[in-house]
Design a protein around this ligand. Structure first.
Ligand SMILES: [Zn+2]
Length: 381
């Protein structure tokens, strides 16, 4: 690994950085000449001559740094090849990303950059690839990062103000965020080392907890009881309320989740999730690729992997349903259907049971109830 790191360091510091610096200086020189000519058009000829003379030296300089970059890339590539002998391309399936989906891929990358707060790079990509992403979305994420940065500096006020402004939406979604923020602020004051902390916490509770009494009375009671154990919280029954080591990061995660959810987006970048899931799947896919190569077989079903790839629970978003009659997993084309008795089978099984006649009475395979296919309704998991 050290060899790779060394080559990468050499490439980024000695190669790319200098190359970019050279190009930036060149752009600056061109802009300066243009501005000088704009300001004094009579000096145009003289300025252009000067530029022309300077340009040769610049071209050589940039040419050299470009050469260094290429040499660096080649050395880095070789270092990678030496370390990773496996041919990852073996499992690449080009059909999944046909050329027509280029814009979608670009959009996924740009959205990821926006969500990561890399606004400058995202803007560049959006304009160069001509992507249709509303500027307002980026502004929302600028706001999100402003609030998160304040949170990192232990300032919860921007987050509290945001949560208060979104109270109806958050409460409709059953979110506890607004109360959690107030609670954290209270605990922050309460556990502060200085003597004024207790007083400040009490004042904060008086000013802010009142409106949450009906829904969070039990929580508020525990927080208030903390005053009884102020000097020995660790030994009190309220340790969990006051001394949670992840309180700040938990609230930051909860805030990010609610913020994205109100924008109609998932809490984590889909591109990140796809890349991580792909990395987890890679060893299995490589093994599969090797076996197929040895046996000289092909992977025939395009949208389905012939092997199970266990992913962590947080990567599983939808429950799947396997028809108890046909033992096949249901799909959009062959969805799960619930009969009036409450039993569920796949649509194709339903058709088979009723002999493809929409008005044919048939018996549920699992109970004595009878029904007709039109009475069955589609089920969404
Ligand atoms: Zn039944």
């Amino acid at each position: 690994m050290d060899g790779i790191k060394k080559e990468f360091g050499r490439l980024s510091k000695g190669g790319f950085d200098r190359y970019i610096q050279d190009v930036d200086e060149m752009i600056e020189l061109l802009q300066k000449t243009r501005d000088t000519i704009d300001a004094a058009p009579q000096a145009r000829r003289e300025q252009l001559m000067k530029l022309k003379m300077g340009t040769n030296a610049w071209t050589n300089k940039i040419g050299q740094s470009q050469k260094d970059v290429h040499a660096g890339i080649s050395k880095y590539g070789k270092a990678l090849d030496r370390k990773f002998k496996v041919d990852v391309e073996m499992v690449y399936n080009g059909d999944v990303f046909p050329e027509s989906s280029q814009a979608l891929l670009d959009k996924a990358v740009a959205m990821h950059l926006i969500r990561e707060g890399e606004f400058e790079v995202a803007d560049r990509l959006i304009s160069e690839a001509g992507l249709d992403i509303a500027r307002s979305l980026e502004d929302e994420f600028v706001d999100m990062y402003r609030i998160l940065m304040a949170m990192r500096d232990r300032n919860l006020q921007p987050a509290v103000a945001w949560a208060a402004s979104k109270r109806p939406e958050l409460s409709q979604a059953g979110s506890n965020l607004e109360f959690d923020l107030h609670r954290l602020q209270f605990v922050h004051y309460f556990t502060a080392g200085d003597g004024a902390g207790t007083q400040r916490a009490l004042e904060y509770a008086r000013a802010n907890f009142g409106g949450f009494g009906d829904r969070y009375l039990a929580e508020i009671s525990k927080l208030m009881c903390g005053f009884l154990y102020k000097d020995n919280l660790a030994a009190s029954p309220y340790t969990a309320q006051f001394l949670s080591p992840n309180a700040w990061s938990d609230v930051a995660v909860a805030f990010t989740k609610e913020f994205c959810s109100l924008l109609g987006l998932s809490p984590e970048s889909p591109l990140y999730v796809a890349a991580v899931a792909g990395a987890i799947a890679l060893p299995t896919l490589l093994k599969m690729g090797n076996i197929m190569k040895e046996k000289n077989t092909e992977w025939s079903s395009a949208n389905e992997l012939p092997v199970e790839i266990p992913l962590p629970a947080k990567f599983q978003y939808h429950s799947i349903f396997v028809c108890p009659v046909s033992k096949e997993q249901t799909t959009d084309e062959n969805p799960p259907m619930m009969m009036p008795c409450g039993h569920i089978v796949a649509k194709e099984s339903l058709a088979r049971l009723s002999k493809s006649n929409a008005n044919q009475r048939f018996k549920c395979p699992y109970c004595p109830s009878e029904s007709i296919p039109t009475q069955a309704i589609r089920v969404y998991f």
